[in-house]
Design a protein around this ligand. Structure first.
Ligand SMILES: [Cu+2]
Length: 204
């Protein structure tokens, strides 16, 4: 009996370690609420500090790296829905994100609640190319205004110190129609990639 209890404790401990190593993911096990409770206090302090320091982030010079994102009326690889492709990219500060009007009727606008603190986003015109130089690490969520509720959304993750500072805030934003589900998928993909990268770092 003693051995079994010890074994079960070890399993529980191991799964907790895995969770914290990978940033929690989308676990829906009973362990999740306990983790959220313990993190609640420091998170509130961080939010207060962020609000005090929300000075405007200055623009940065383009470093020459350009990420092209197509605006498409039919996703050729999957659902057949209107999509940004690729809809999740990782970038470095100073990279240019270029939205290309491959198909008509689309544009790209940043979602203000899904930008790092102090960052001014972008707003493209329908059928027009729009470029944006990412000024600081963090999560940048965006949408096609006419097809927002149809799930035409995307995200840029800019790597560097503070890249997850606005992650929880960005995840908490509610969206119309299919956009919420699509963002959930993107966050899951982003966190899986991040977890994978961290594991590689730990092994090296
Ligand atoms: Cu669109």
């Amino acid at each position: 009996m003693m051995k079994r209890t010890t074994f079960l404790s070890a399993v529980a401990l191991a799964s907790l370690v895995t969770l914290s190593a990978c940033g929690g993911g989308n676990q829906e096990t009973p362990a999740a609420p306990a983790g959220e409770e313990t993190e609640a206090a420091p998170a509130a302090e961080e939010t207060a500090a962020a609000e005090e320091e929300a000075a405007p982030v200055p623009e940065v010079e383009a470093n020459g790296t350009v990420h092209e994102i197509q605006m498409l009326t039919r996703d050729p690889d999957g659902s057949g829905l209107q999509v940004f492709k690729p809809r999740l990219i990782t970038a470095e500060v100073g990279d240019t994100i270029k939205f290309v009007p491959t198909d008509p009727t689309h544009q790209s606008s940043s979602i203000p609640e899904m930008l790092p603190a102090g960052v001014t986003g972008w707003e493209g015109e329908i059928n027009k190319e729009v470029s944006y130089v990412v000024p600081t690490p963090g999560i940048y969520g965006y949408k096609c205004v006419p097809h927002y509720a149809a799930g035409m959304i995307g995200m840029v993750v800019v790597k560097g110190d503070g890249m997850t500072d606005n992650l929880e805030e960005a995840k908490a934003v509610s969206h119309p129609g299919l956009a919420g589900r699509e963002f959930n998928e993107i966050f899951e993909t982003a966190e899986a990639r991040e977890c994978f990268l961290r594991k590689l770092l730990e092994l090296s």
